[in-house]
Design a protein around this ligand. Sequence first.
Ligand SMILES: Cc1cc2nc3c(=O)[nH]c(=O)nc-3n(C[C@H](O)[C@H](O)[C@H](O)COP(=O)(O)OP(=O)(O)OC[C@H]3O[C@@H](n4cnc5c(N)ncnc54)[C@H](O)[C@@H]3O)c2cc1C
Length: 478
Amino acid sequence: MFDVIIAGCGPTGAMLAAELRLHDVRVLVVEKESGPSPAVRIVGLHIRSLELMAMRGLLDRLLPHGRRRPAAGFFAAIPKPAPQGLDSAYAYLLGIPQPVVNRLLEEHAVALGAQVRRGAAVAGFEQDDDGVTVELSDGERVRAGHLVGCDGARSTVRKLLGVGFPGEPSRNDTLMGEMEVSAPPEEIAATVAEVSRDVQRFWLRPFGEGVYSIVVPAAEVGDRAQPPTLEDFRRELRAVAGTDFGVHSPRWLSRFGDATRLVDRYRVGRVLLAGDAAHIHPPLGGQGLNLGVQDAVNLGWKLAAQVRGWAPDGLLDTYQAERRPVAADVLDNTRAQTELSSAEPGARAVRRLLTELMDFEEVNRHLIEKITATAVRYDFGRRPDGPDLLGRRLPDIQVKQGNLYGLLRQGRGLLLDRTGRLTAGGWADRVDLLTDPTAELDVPAALMRPDGHVAWIGDDQRDLDVHLSRWFGGPDAP
Ligand SMILES: Cc1cc2nc3c(=O)[nH]c(=O)nc-3n(C[C@H](O)[C@H](O)[C@H](O)COP(=O)(O)OP(=O)(O)OC[C@H]3O[C@@H](n4cnc5c(N)ncnc54)[C@H](O)[C@@H]3O)c2cc1C
């Protein structure tokens, strides 16, 4: 018997498994592919994800595999320098291939004790008052308290749950892959330079040893459940560039669309959804993986609290209440970026205007903070004149032991107290106390949730106790 079964060992599923293991939750991750996917999709990890990796001690393992680039030029690829005053110790983009992120997250989850079963898909499930019985593609039935669908854009769990997934269908299909090319490099560079002046979503980038990363628009929206063939690439390259560059010996081939959809519900009873299973959007700005990993960190400690029996009423419901608006905002910004990438004269004029507006530092910063998810503020009932920090993430400030995030490895709450008068009392088994009058904080004390968001600000113990109960259950809980 497991506490939680996770369908899918992509970045969302692996991160969620690791977060649950921090609380000793028994986790089984079921992954339909027998080996890791080689598809190199992502631009990189954005600021908020880097902060979360730093919090869990993972950033040092990721850094050697990536390249730091300025936190700039993400919004509709409008080339502007990184804005001043980004309030983070990790104010850069870490360019890193998705297979590396996936592998390191899976290794992290396994090291913490998660079981990963590859080569079996979640094919069905039934839930009752006590748990969920999950049926695997090999016919085995496994029982758990909860099931989380982290099984990507075509999520089986979402379809079986029957929740609505409204939005817009795909209008543009794009082929993407890595393969060898026999045309001379100079000829390729000249053709690409000419064609990409008019054609969006088109590139051939050398990877070394004659291998190229190739992106080319596909004339028709095909069946994305079927991987494209080399012949599809040849045909579309000839249509767009007049030559197929002699492509051969593919490493991997894939296709993606620009559908934009968001689930109506993130939870039905004991079954939840996270990552691409809950939301899909075009890859503009490079946000999907980041959004899924952040879903996982929001959900992990709440589901763990439910399993361990200390979750206050309604805690698990805050997962949807907090994360669905964040996803809706990402969908909206990718819709806006899609319009801004259009070749229509009106859209080009709006793009020129926005490009001018981004010379205003505040506009540039607003857009970068949106894409990098550092602007996220959950609604914790902040009054209009209340402290700005409430509901936001606390940056990695300096404290007497060094950096704050170094104290968040275990995924517990943290009471950061500059007054020296407060205590975590009966919640000390779930919330750590750091008394530090020198902490770089301009409020007397702050209560951080395990996901790093500030849940309370003040200096009054009774008020604090109310908020400890709200987020961490009763004192001396089981
Ligand atoms: C071209 C492109 C570029 C992108 N660039 C970026 C970027 O720069 N930055 C960014 O943040 N995001 C980017 N994305 C998006 C990113 O790749 C996804 O958002 C991310 O992979 C979602 O992670 P996930 O774990 O939710 O889902 P997935 O990565 O899709 O993982 C789902 C897993 O579930 C498995 N699975 C499926 N069905 C089942 C089943 N029934 N049972 C068990 N297992 C199952 C799959 O095999 C897979 O391993 C890009 C996407 C594309 C297409």
